[in-house]
Ligand binder design. Structure first.
Ligand SMILES: [Zn+2]
Length: 405
């Protein structure tokens, strides 16, 4: 999916990079508070505050490790199937195993996807069995009333009996056929096998996903107004949460659909067709920052300026680079001191196809790429020109504009 998250790098497991998104703090905090002040406070009135918070913190960490196991399963099986794995990012709603390029076959996609929920469900059953094994005879296990299950048992078994159902629910929830959940991917793999066309399968799967996402929103709203929904239950907070997940799924399904449409449209043309040919102000490297601001920045609409020596590109300088420099230093510093060096820039060529150039823009999260023709600077490939062109090609894509903002 079009992943907005990069997150903090946490390390490597089996050669796969693991990143943690800041939104994890939200889910960590929710689990911590919900368990220590809610579930544990009711089920274990005898526990000290320290024991409650400590056990809840361990539960939250175990939950994150469970998601990590789920994503690692995707990544490892994917790699064994020949899919290039860029890394794993854990975030508020779970995780994503980011891939470079698509799977080669429906079979690879199916195996790679199925193993994730399977891992969660198996882990869940193992935790559940371990948690119940040491149970004194007659201890009730009630999934409907977790408070009764937890009453009178120690921290370790409490953890196991919490982690078990949570992982099983996680596995089942991921099988809901809504893109980008695993169920949506499985649906797409099936449609791909049936039609032999990945792009068309993605379009169909995205449409069905949007339908399921709307059902989530509808169910959530009904719960807010007191209706009891099987499996989800009822109540304001749960309803809000379900509706929120539905809204998130709807946006993700729309984004993955747009990605395919954009890919389809851009695949057929080259960079030279879309690059900015209009008058472009360039800057010499030895210009002082203060003259740059007065003579160039203030007089044109342009926000990014190629730094050139003849037709040779030396770097790029933007409004943001100037902002980073204290005003007092504007007259002393030269453009070459604040520019982004040519070596650090992603560039494109006139004959590169627009899809891969657009992917470079997205991957670097930049607004433009310098276009070099055999080392000669010839123009800029700008995000807004691409979006304007897409807008003209396809009037039915209102959300493209929102993505630009
Ligand atoms: Zn998964």
């Amino acid at each position: 999916m079009a992943s907005p998250m990069r997150g903090m790098r946490a390390g490597k497991i089996a050669g796969i990079e693991v990143r943690l998104d800041w939104s994890l703090i939200v889910i960590f905090w929710l689990i911590l508070v919900n368990l220590s002040r809610g579930v544990f406070a009711y089920a274990h009135p005898g526990w000290s505050a320290g024991l409650r918070w400590g056990t809840a913190a361990v539960a939250a960490v175990l939950f994150l490790l469970s998601i990590l196991a789920h994503e690692l399963a995707h990544a490892l099986v994917g790699r064994a199937q020949g899919v290039q794995i860029a890394g794993i990012t854990l975030f508020m709603f779970g995780g994503v195993a980011r891939t470079k390029g698509e799977s080669r076959s429906p079979r690879a996609e199916l195996l790679m996807t199925l193993v994730g929920p399977l891992t969660s469900i198996v882990l869940g059953f193992i935790a559940l069995v371990l948690g119940m094994r040491a149970a004194p005879a007659g201890t009730p296990l009630s999934l409907d009333e977790p408070m009764r299950t937890f009453a009178g048992i120690g921290p370790l078994r409490t953890l196991l009996l919490w982690l078990g159902p949570v992982n099983i629910v996680l596995g089942i929830f991921n099988l809901v056929p809504a893109f980008p959940l695993d169920g949506g991917r499985l649906l797409r793999a099936a449609l791909w096998a049936a039609t032999g066309d990945l792009q068309r399968a993605t379009r169909y799967a995205a449409g069905i996903s949007q339908g399921f996402a709307l059902l989530f929103i509808l169910a959530g709203l009904s719960m807010i107004f007191g209706v009891r929904i099987p499996f989800f239950g009822q109540g304001f907070v749960s309803g809000l949460w379900i509706a929120f997940i539905g809204w998130f799924l709807y946006r993700a399904a729309t984004a993955s659909y747009l990605q395919v449409v954009v890919h389809d449209l851009l695949e057929q043309i080259t960079v030279s067709r879309l690059m900015h040919h209009g008058p472009l102000v360039t800057v010499p490297p030895d210009l002082s920052v203060s003259s740059f601001v007065e003579e160039r920045l203030m007089s044109v609409e342009q926000r990014a300026f190629p730094v050139t020596d003849g037709d040779r590109l030396l770097g790029m300088v933007t409004v943001a680079d100037v902002r980073k420099l204290p005003r007092a230093e504007w007259s002393d510093k030269r453009i070459r001191d604040i520019m982004t060096d040519r070596q650090q820039l992603a560039v494109t060529a006139p004959d590169e196809d627009a899809t891969s150039a657009f992917e470079k823009l997205a991957a670097r999260d930049v607004e433009q790429l310098p276009v070099l023709d055999q080392g000669r600077f010839v123009g800029l490939f700008r995000r807004r020109d691409v979006l304007r062109w897409l807008d003209l090609q396809n009037r039915g894509l209102p959300s493209l504009r929102q993505r630009q903002a």
